[in-house]
Design a protein around this ligand. Sequence first.
Ligand SMILES: [Zn+2]
Length: 174
Amino acid sequence: MHLVLTQPILQRLRNELGEARRREIGGLLLGEHLEGETFRLAEVTIQRTGGSAVHFVRDPALNQEQLDEFFSRTGADYTRFNYLGEWHSHPSFEPLPSSTDINTMQSIVEDPAVGVNFLVLLLVRLTRWKQIKVSAMMFRANMQPEFVQVSTESDESDRKGWIAAKLLRIFSRR
Ligand SMILES: [Zn+2]
């Protein structure tokens, strides 16, 4: 799987992470299916409450409300625009999934009530130099999680201008 991040989303994350300082924040990943195994991050939602320096607790009611808003905004075109997963920040350590993160995501993807084929967890961290480091992992029922290839769309009008970004080291261009 390949996940494409856009500059406006990176900028938004950078601002939110800057304001949250040492508190974890997170939200939903809302994606646009481009082709095959390639998804672009269309939007992220932001949940600013529920996090401490070392963990983040999601708010299901807020998530559902924000998901419904996204579906109505995108015309309920679920094959193109859909829920991809979740993100949260790791201000106190590397943006890699903890064992709690992995267990939580795996239990969600294996819950028949949730009814998804896969989920992505994106972890983000703002460095001292205000750059964003990320990693993304994909979860499927009864399968080992896998790291997702992440890249940055450098110019929205030119998809060929994608920068081949290194896993864990996506530096935004501004
Ligand atoms: Zn975490």
